[in-house]
Each structure stands twice: as structure tokens, then as C-alpha cells.
Design a protein around this ligand. Structure first.
Ligand SMILES: Cc1ncc(COP(=O)(O)O)c(C=O)c1O
Length: 383
């Protein structure tokens, strides 16, 4: 018996009641003073999360739109660019840049492995003409968080414009956009922000604006200059996703009430508990130790377990929805999201359901070991 769906995918994330209530209201004039006040509040709140004093643009699109805006505003056809990647979202960044006619230099690592800073430095040295560097903070497809501070420093020291896909990390995993030398960082409202999909958040540094003025890709809807001109007047150039902005404002208020450091600690605790619980069930964690993500855990199944059958049973019987692998890992991996409005009990619940399902699928008895391991981890006692 299930009464409600437990969304444990790496976004969209569950909406707190407060957020649902905040967006269930009549529309307002997006050229009026109430909207301007909301835009100002979200912009200043998001700046605090990104830790930037630069511009922070709110675009109506999913996260990919924010990433596309970075390419459209920074890259000219024929430009050499460097993309560091080790997963599906890094691939997407490379495909996006190629789609705009860039000559893409790929610095590629195996899936589940982080990008290496020394290798990055060497590639940049060999490609002095590549002005823009694309990095992925949290590679959601493999459950891995790259050492962003180090990688961004390498890019900045080499004088490149550093662009970061932080769609599934920013607001759940710490970032210091300005201090780490990041010129453009992108996030999406449906991840740690506890809002529905529909708004991309994009930070733009002075250096990024200089590059923007030189870049010659066609752009219209995603033209940052337009977004900034209108934002300065308390508006967006086009009709924005107003309900999502209502939600984002409330999500931000909740992040601030909890305190960002506590939010980051909570995500770290939940990740550890999920990892420990899955290991107790015989899953093998996919991402390299030391780089495992605090927002999503990826794991290979124990022998004899059909991942698709597990996911179907979890959904049908327990109302628990987890993600599978992407691209070449489809059907071979599970990914459990633990970002946004997720608490300790939610993690215990998903592990409990997986344990029950493993017994029903004749893979392993349900003896409570996943829940016990996760509980011990949450209590801070070494498992
Ligand atoms: C790291 C990363 N980049 C980009 C995206 C794409 O975002 P969207 O689906 O909002 O376009 C996602 C979504 O899961 C992501 O996790």
C-alpha cells in the first residue's frame, strides 16, 4: 500500500508544502512592482548561495537552457574550447558547444572518475587559443563531484573563462563562485532549490561579460545582455515562469532559515547514510571514493539483480521512485537522489524499500541491515 510517491531521483526533487502553497496563487503582472520585488529577493538570495557579487540572471528554462545560454553568449563558431568530462552531462556540454560550431577539445576520463587538475593544466597549456573552459561540478549521471575549487583555479590561472555546470550541486554542495575564480555558474530550480523545474540561475562575472561582448554566436532568447538590461528594471525580457519564481522564493527562504552550512552538512550526512545502506545490501558504489556526490548516489547492483525489475517493484508497491543509469549505463545502475527537501527518515525509507524489494526478487533476505547501517551512519557512529 502506498499513499504518496516518494521521489528519490536526482531532480525534480520533492516540494515542501510551503513551496506548493507559495506557488498556488493567482498570477501577477510581470511588469509590476510586486514582481520586481520578488525578482530582487530571489536574485540577492541566489547570489548568497552562489557566493558571488557578480550578476545573477534568472532565465525561464530548464538547466540545459542556462548551459546553452553560456555557450551562445561566450563562444563564436570556429572557436576552440576545452570541455572536461567524465559522464553524460559533460557529454551534453561538449555536444552543446559543438552544436554552436565550436572546435571542442575533450579532456575525457572514465565514468565514475573525477577530472584531474594536472591533466587539465596540460591540456590548457597545449591549447592556448581555447578561451573558454567548461567544467561539470556534480556529474549527476555517475554520482560524482569533481574537485571544482582545484579545477577552476587551474582554468583561472591559465587565463580562461571558467564555466561551470552546477545544475545538480549549487544550493546542496558548497560553491564559492567568486573566490574560486568561476566566471559562469549555472543551476536549475528543480534541484536543491526545492522548486519545480522552469528557472535556470546563471552567474556572470566581469570577465564573462568581456568575453560575451566579443562572442558572435547567434542569440536571442538567451541573450544575457537583454536579461541584464531588463533585470536592472526589475523585469525579465520575456514572460517568466511566475509560479516557479514564487516557489523559488520560498525555497530560498527555507534554505536561509536552515542556514547554508547546515544544508550542506545535511546533504553530506544523507549521502553517507545512503552509501552505507546500499553497500550493506551488496551494491557497489560507482563513483570513486573521495569524490562521491552528496546529492545523488550511483551504485551497481549485486549479482542477479535486474535493475529495471527493482525500480518497477519499488514504484508499483512502495511508491518509491529511484533513477536508473543514463546512456551506456542504462539498465546497469541505480541512482538514488538525496537532494533538496530530503530528511533522514526519507533516506531510511528508500533503503528499507530497496531491502524489501530485494527479498521479493529473491536476491537477498530482508533482515534490516540496510536500515541499521544507515541509522548507525546517521548517528555518526562508524559503521
Ligand atoms: C549536472 C546536470 N547538468 C545538466 C542537467 C540538465 O538540466 P535540465 O534537465 O534541467 O535541463 C542536469 C539535470 O539533471 C544535471 O544534473
Amino acid at each position: 500500500m502506498t499513499f504518496s510517491t516518494q521521489l528519490r531521483i536526482p531532480g525534480p526533487t520533492p516540494l515542501p508544502d510551503r513551496v506548493v502553497r507559495a506557488m498556488s496563487r493567482p498570477m501577477i503582472d510581470h511588469r509590476g512592482p510586486e514582481f520586481a520585488a520578488i525578482l530582487a529577493r530571489i536574485t540577492s538570495g541566489a547570489r548568497r548561495v552562489f557566493k558571488t557579487s557578480g550578476d545573477l540572471l534568472l532565465l525561464t528554462s530548464s538547466g540545459t537552457g542556462g548551459l546553452e545560454s553560456a555557450v551562445a553568449n561566450l563562444v563564436s563558431p570556429g572557436d576552440e574550447v576545452v570541455v572536461a568530462l567524465s559522464g553524460n552531462f559533460g557529454e551534453r556540454f561538449a555536444a552543446l558547444a559543438a552544436g554552436y560550431g565550436a572546435d571542442v577539445v575533450r579532456l575525457e576520463f572514465e565514468w565514475g572518475q573525477p577530472v584531474d587538475a594536472d591533466d587539465l593544466a596540460r591540456v590548457l597549456e597545449h591549447h592556448p587559443k581555447a578561451k573558454v573552459l567548461f567544467l561539470t561540478h556534480n556529474e549527476t549521471s555517475t554520482g560524482l563531484t569533481n574537485p571544482l575549487r582545484e579545477l577552476a583555479r587551474v582554468g583561472r590561472d591559465a587565463g580562461r573563462v571558467v564555466v561551470v555546470d552546477g545544475v545538480s550541486s549549487i544550493s546542496s554542495i558548497a560553491i564559492e563562485t567568486d573566490a574560486w575564480g568561476i566566471d559562469v555558474a549555472v543551476s536549475g530550480s528543480q534541484k536543491g532549490w526545492m522548486a519545480p523545474p522552469g528557472i535556470a540561475l546563471v552567474s556572470v562575472s566581469e570577465r564573462a561579460w568581456e568575453q560575451q561582448a566579443r562572442a558572435r554566436s547567434p542569440r536571442f532568447y538567451f541573450d544575457w545582455k537583454e536579461a541584464k538590461t531588463w533585470a536592472d528594471k526589475g523585469m525579465t525580457p520575456f514572460t517568466p515562469a511566475i509560479p516557479v519564481l514564487f516557489a523559488l522564493q520560498e525555497g530560498l527562504a527555507m534554505l536561509e532559515e536552515e542556514g547554508l552550512d547546515s544544508v550542506y552538512d545535511r546533504h553530506a550526512r544523507l549521502a553517507r547514510a545512503t552509501q552505507t545502506g546500499l553497500q550493506a545490501l551488496g551494491f557497489q558504489l560507482y563513483a570513486r571514493e573521495g569524490f562521491r556526490s552528496n546529492t545523488v548516489t550511483s551504485a551497481l547492483p549485486p549479482p542477479g539483480l535486474d535493475v529495471n525489475a527493482l525500480r518497477k517493484l519499488l514504484d508499483d508497491k512502495y511508491g518509491v521512485v529511484i533513477a536508473g543509469g543514463q546512456a551506456k549505463m542504462a539498465g546497469k545502475m541505480i541512482r538514488v537522489g538525496h537532494l533538496g527537501a530530503i530528511a533522514e527518515g526519507d533516506v531510511v525509507q528508500v533503503l528499507w524499500a530497496i531491502e524489501q524489494a530485494l527479498e521479493e526478487l529473491d536476491v537477498a533476505p530482508a533482515d534490516g541491515r540496510a536500515v541499521a547501517a544507515a541509522t548507525t551512519s546517521l548517528q555518526g557512529v562508524p559503521a
